[in-house]
Design a protein around this ligand. Structure first.
Ligand SMILES: [Zn+2]
Length: 90
């Protein structure tokens, strides 16, 4: 009898993580303070929330991060453009 278990490695990772905790690796810088992480074992995603704590990624948090990243990119663009800064100062 041959057992076909293609998800064995994935399930094992889940068990490993539930026993030893996730091994989160930085996957994306959203802003200077908010970052996204992905677990090296099971691929689960987490993010730093507005209070600086690590939270499991949800579609809602993903949406917030995308919005923050957009605003952050805009701010960065303004900061590197002296003409725009001058206009704001006046
Ligand atoms: Zn994990």
């Amino acid at each position: 009898m041959k057992k076909n278990t293609p998800n064995l490695a994935f399930s094992f990772s889940k068990i490993y993580c539930s026993l030893f905790g996730h091994d989160y690796l930085l996957s994306k810088n959203v802003t200077h303070h908010i970052k996204e992480y992905t677990c090296a074992h099971c691929g689960e995603q987490a993010t730093t929330n507005s209070r600086g704590r690590l939270e499991v990624m949800t579609p809602k948090l993903k949406e917030i991060n995308n919005a923050l990243a957009f605003v952050h990119a805009k701010k960065q663009a303004k900061a590197s453009n002296p003409n725009t800064s001058l206009k704001i100062a006046l």
